[in-house]
Each structure stands twice: as structure tokens, then as C-alpha cells.
Design a protein around this ligand. Structure first.
Ligand SMILES: Cc1cc2nc3c(=O)[nH]c(=O)nc-3n(C[C@H](O)[C@H](O)[C@H](O)COP(=O)(O)O)c2cc1C
Length: 206
């Protein structure tokens, strides 16, 4: 694995004990060069203010940090809970701040949602909003009833779950050296499975 390929891990749950963060921990041990949002003196997603284009730069440290971390990454892995049938609002707000600046444009992304029902609605919405801002969602995974697959400390112990997270991570890392055509096909496989119009795909070769 190339030492230079860097994956940014983004957790949409802000609580200390989190099944989504536990999923990222499994992925992190599989990735050679991983960074979490909030590392390297950047503030975390929870510090990002509600989207308001009128806010002055002095209020946007956390936004600038998030943008910088995405920009300095070759790929992004997002794990996000579903709350009341939708993406956790803190992550959606953070992603909305990236629309105008464009750091996610053509960025390879994989997504996970761990939660009671497996986060099917959160994943559908994540694929849609990421695709609409030009990201290439290469793979996605739902983890149903994570508590039944974890130990007392909240770490995943279920072998099939761990293998599933590693497989998803491998598919994200496989973007290195992937042809434009294969990448388009893989992204289309994900967007088609959620009924997202192909017209939103950000072409690589234009
Ligand atoms: C406010 C709230 C709303 C929730 N809504 C859903 C939901 O719509 N679908 C679901 O599968 N789980 C739902 N859950 C359960 C979460 O999936 C579960 O708490 C999950 O572990 C949260 O992720 P985390 O452990 O990474 O924080 C909800 C939990 C909370 C706190």
C-alpha cells in the first residue's frame, strides 16, 4: 500500500461511545495512513456552526479545518448514525459547508451507517447529498443492531461485521489505479441502487 494515500475518517456521531466511531476504528486499523476529523489541531464537526453564509471568517475555524482536512486527503470514509429516519444533522450541516468550496468534488468516498435498523435512510440521503456535491461514493455499508455485535466497551467483535467493514475499506482503497470507466461503473452501482439520477455524476475525464 502506498504510504502517501491518506484517508480521512469522519464520524457523524458526536458522543464518546459510538457504534459509528467503533466502525471507523475497525477501518482505521486496516488503513496505513488514516486521520480523523479534528486531528492536527483542526476542530471537530461538533464545533461547526449552523450554515449561515453571513458568518464572518473569525467564526469559521472549524469549517476551514474540515475543508483543509478533506483537501489534504485522497479519500474519505464517513460513518454516520440515522436519527428519526434521516442523516444526523451535525454531519449534514458540515457537508453543506463544503458545497460552495468544493473539496469533495470527485473525492472517493465510502459510507457506513451503524444503528438499530442499519441506517438505510441515512445511507440513501448521504449517497444523494454527497453525489450532488460531486463526490464519488464507491461503496456503502449498513450495520444493523450494532450493540449485538460489540463487546462491553463498544468495540465490534462480530467477525462478519469486522470483515464487512474491512471489505468496504478495501473497496475504497482500491480506487488507486482504478480506470475512469471502472470508477464510473462502481459509483453508478451505488447511485443506481438508491435511485439517484445519473446526471449528478461528476465526470473525471472532462
Ligand atoms: C435521537 C435518536 C434518533 C434515532 N433514530 C433512529 C432511526 O431513525 N433509525 C435507526 O435505525 N436508529 C435510530 N436511533 C438509534 C441509533 O441508530 C443508535 O443509537 C446508534 O447507535 C447511534 O449511533 P452511534 O452509536 O454512533 O452514536 C436513534 C437514536 C437517537 C439518539
Amino acid at each position: 500500500m502506498s504510504r502517501d494515500f491518506r484517508v480521512l475518517l469522519v464520524c457523524g456521531s458526536f458522543q464518546a461511545r459510538s457504534a459509528n466511531r467503533a466502525a471507523l476504528d475497525v477501518a482505521s486499523s486496516y488503513i496505513e495512513r488514516a486521520a480523523h476529523v479534528g486531528d492536527e489541531d483542526a476542530k471537530g464537526l461538533g464545533d461547526i456552526p449552523a450554515l449561515n453564509m453571513d458568518l464572518g471568517d473569525e467564526k469559521l475555524d472549524a469549517v476551514f479545518g474540515f475543508r483543509r482536512q478533506i483537501e489534504h486527503s485522497d479519500a474519505v470514509l464517513i460513518a454516520c448514525p440515522e436519527y428519526a429516519g434521516a442523516i444526523a444533522g451535525g454531519l449534514k450541516n458540515a457537508l453543506d459547508w463544503i458545497v460552495g468550496s468544493g473539496e469533495l468534488y470527485r473525492k472517493p468516498v465510502a459510507i457506513i451507517s451503524a444503528g438499530t435498523g442499519g441506517g438505510a435512510y441515512a445511507r440513501a440521503q448521504l449517497v444523494q447529498t454527497l453525489t450532488w456535491q460531486g463526490a464519488h461514493v464507491l461503496a456503502e455499508l449498513g450495520i444493523v443492531a450494532p450493540k449485538t455485535k460489540s463487546n462491553e466497551a463498544g468495540q465490534f467483535t462480530d467477525p462478519a461485521t469486522i470483515t464487512g467493514i474491512e471489505e468496504l475499506t478495501r473497496r475504497l482503497l482500491d480506487v488507486r489505479g482504478m480506470s475512469t470507466e471502472s470508477r464510473r461503473e462502481q459509483v453508478r452501482g451505488v447511485t443506481d441502487s438508491f435511485g439517484i439520477e445519473a446526471g449528478h455524476y461528476a465526470e473525471l475525464d472532462v
